[in-house]
Design a protein around this ligand. Sequence first.
Ligand code: ADP
Length: 649
Amino acid sequence: MTPINILVVDYKEENISTLKALAKRDDIRIFFTKSSNEALKLAWEKRIAITLIDVQLPEKDGLELAEMLRSNPRTKDILIVFLIPQSNIVKLSALKGLETGNAEPLYKPLDHKITREKVESLIQMSRHNTDIKQRDEELQNLTVVINNAAEIVCIVDASNYHIKIINPAVEKILGYSQMELPGRSITDFAVEAQRIDFRRKLAGIVKDSLSYSAFEFEFARYDKSIIWVECRVVCQNKTLLLNISDISEQKNYQNQLIKSKETADQGKKVKETFLANMSHELRTPVNGIIGLTNLLRKTQLNEQQNSMIDLLEVSSQSLLGVINDVLDIAKMDAGKFNIVRSSNNLHDLLRAVYGLLKFKADENNIEFSLEIAPDVPVNLMVDSLRLNQVLMNLLSNAIKFTERGFVKLTVSVLQKNGDQVQLRFTVEDSGIGIPENRLSSVFDSFEQAEEDTAVKYGGTGLGLAIVKKLVELKGGELTVTSQPGKGSVFSFINWYITTNKPKEKVSFRTERLLEPFENVKLLVAEDNLVNQFMLSKMLKDWDIEVEMVDNGQKVLDKLQFNQYDLILMDTHMPEMNGYETAKAIRSNFSEPKRSIPIISLSAASFDYEQEEALLSGMNDVLSKPFQPQELHRKIRRLLKTADVIKSLA
Ligand code: ADP
C-alpha cells in the first residue's frame, strides 16, 4: 500500500514531538517543518495528502498558509486540520478562515489518543478520496475510448429495451444522430422481418441473465439501406450492454466464399461425371480390341499374323494402362480412391512381381534380384492390387532407365509393435539417375526428368505421381535419392498388420476347361458392336443360347414376351440405361420374371457406379475388361441360386 504523506507545520518543538510517535507507522510518512515557506515547498514537492497546521506561525499565520494551499490546483485537495492552542480557543474561533480546514481542529497541547484517532480518520478519508479520484480518472479515460470506438457501444434498459446511452459510432454505422436515440428501442434497428427474432433473442438473454452472447442480425440504416451487424450482449443488473459492429464486408466475403465453394463443387461433379463417361467411352473400345485379339488368337494363324497379334496385344494393353492411370489419378484427386486391405501372402506377392519382370530384365541383360529379410512376416493385411501397382511401377521404371548393371528390390523390417510391423520397400538401380533439380518434380503428374525422356524411353510421367499418392493413401511416404549416371534408390515405408494364413483364393479353371451349360437362354443388352460380337461368341462357346439387344427399352420389350434364364446388362446404353432397366424389371414385372438374375457389365471405374448397379436391383457386377472364366463362374452361381429358389417355390 502506498504510504500517505502528512505534513505537520508547527513552530513549537513540544507539539512536534507528540506527533513524532505517529511517524513509526509504515503506512504513513510524516514531514515536519516550523516554517510556512518550507511547508509550501514540501506540499508542492512531496504529494502531501494531509497537513496539520498551527494557526499561530511566526512568518505567515496558519490561516494564510491554508489559503495559499487551497488556491493552488496542485495542493488544493490536501486535507487541512488546524492546531489551535487551548488558551486562545475563544479568540481564534472568531477568526475568519478557520473553516478552510477539512475537519474539526485539534487543540494544543495535543492529546495523544485524540490526535491518533484524528489522524487515522484523516488517512481513511484521504485514501477514500484518492480512490474516488482514481476511478474518476479511469471513467474519463473510458469515456474517451467509448466515444472514439469504431463500433457501437450501447447501454439499454433490460425491461423495455430502451436505449439509455449510446456512443457517437452509431452516426457512422447506422446514420442516426447520437442525441436523438436515448429513449428509443434498440429493437427498432433490426429490419422488420427480423425484429421479432431480435426482441426474442434479447428477452432470452435477460431471462437467463447471460453473461455473454453474440449473434448476427440485419439492421436498417437511417437511409433505409441494410447492413449485417454482429451484436455482443451482456446482461448485468437489469441492464443490457451491447457492442454492435458492422460485418457487412465480412458477410459479403463469406457469401463469395460459399459461392466459390459451390462453383468448385459443381466443377468437381462435372469433372467426375466427365471422367465416368470418358472411362466408359475409352475403356469400352479398348476392351473390345483386347477381347477380339484373344478371339483372333484362337483361330488358325500363320507366324506373321501371330506376331502381329502379339503387337496388337501389347499396344492395346499399354493403351488400357494409360487410360487406367489417368482414371486412377482423377479418382485420387476426387477423393474417391479406397485402399482395400485383406489377408495376403506378401512373399508370394513379391515373388509374383519379381517373376513378371524378370524376363524383361533378362531381355535387357540386367541383373535383377529380390531380397526379403528373414524377419519379414509372410501374411499381412495388404491391398495386394495397389502394392502390386506400386512395385510394378517402381521396378518397371528401374529396368527401363537402367542400361546395364542391376536392379534390386529389398524388403526389410524397420520396427515391430505387437501385431503391427513397419516395412521398408527399396527399389535400387544402377541406371541413368535423375538430376538433383528434377528430383521433386518427377512425382508430379505428367512430369519426366528430361525433355527427351518420352522420346528415348516412352512413358507418360504418371507412374510416380500414382505411386506417391498410393503410398500416402496407405499412410506412408515415398522418398528418392539419385545420382545422375550412377543410379537411383526409391523407397517407401508403410505399417502393416500381421495376420494368419490368408484364405485360399478361388482358383479359376482355364478357359479351355469351362464347362458348357445346358438349356440356358440369356438376354444380353449391349450397345457396342464389338462387345456384342465378343460376348455372343464367348457365350455360344459355352452352349448358351443368346439374344442380343442394344438398349434397355428393348430388354423390357423382349422380356415381356419371352423367357430367359439370366440377363447380362451393360450399364451405359442409349435411350434407357442399365440401372433404369433393372429398376423397371424389379418393380413392373410379375414373378418369376421380376426376379430374373441380372449381371451388370460395365466399363465403369468408379465404385459408386457398381454400388448403383446393385442398388437398382442387379444381382452381381462384372467390370470390363473381365476374364471369361469370371463371367462363367458368375453365370453358373446365379443360375444355381435361381434353381434353388424355383425348387423351393
Ligand atoms: P514415366 O516412367 O511414364 O515417364 P513416371 O512418373 O513413372 O513416368 O516417372 C517420371 C520420370 O521420373 C521418368 O520419366 C524419369 O525421367 C524419372 N524416373 C523415374 N524412375 C526413374 C529411375 N529409376 N531412374 C531414372 N529416372 C527415373
